[in-house]
Design a protein around this ligand. Structure first.
Ligand code: 5GP
Ligand code: ZN
Length: 145
């Protein structure tokens, strides 16, 4: 069964409004098709969001060529954010779907500066596969590609 997807409305989308300049943001970089700005409720100082200006609900919707051009800016953004904040690391994060923590249904990427022992982090409860299960999943994923 495929989970129901949330498709937000671009006419009432906070990130569309930020992308078009209708709503102000602390922009750190922009191009004609993308913008990076400070998250208004940061997980750490310098927490930055990168979005396309055009509305796409999540990562499954954005055209690969646009995504490629946007993400080409990621190395520079990571370097600038780390230098500006004095962070020792950074999480580059993307939430797809409400169960994964997506709250704004306009695709975006998080750049979250990290310090040792900063209290942030995931529960990374790694599991293992029963015999045959990894083979079945490998085949299923390949079949959808
Ligand atoms: P998500 O949970 O969807 O991956 O992340 C959405 C992020 O957008 C959150 O971290 C939230 O703080 C940020 N955000 C929501 N509304 C605004 C806004 O109006 N301005 C800015 N700068 N960030 C926002
Ligand atoms: Zn939007």
């Amino acid at each position: 069964m495929t989970a129901k997807r949330i498709m937000s409305n671009p006419t009432d989308c906070i990130f569309c409004k930020i992308g078009s300049g209708q709503i102000p943001s602390a922009c750190v970089w922009t191009s004609k098709e993308a913008i990076a700005f400070l998250d208004v409720n940061p997980l750490a100082e310098g927490h930055t969001l990168l979005i396309p200006k055009q509305h796409f609900a999540d990562l499954r919707d954005i055209p690969a060529d646009l995504l490629g051009r946007m993400l080409a800016q990621a190395p520079k953004l990571v370097d600038a954010i780390v230098r500006a904040t004095g962070a020792s690391g950074l999480n580059f994060l993307q939430n797809t779907g409400a169960s994964a923590g997506q709250a704004v249904f306009h695709v975006h990427f998080h750049f979250i500066p990290r310090q040792a022992n900063d209290g942030l982090g995931f529960r990374w409860n790694a599991g293992s596969y029963e015999p045959g299960r990894a083979d079945a999943l490998q085949a299923a994923i390949k079949a959808w590609l």
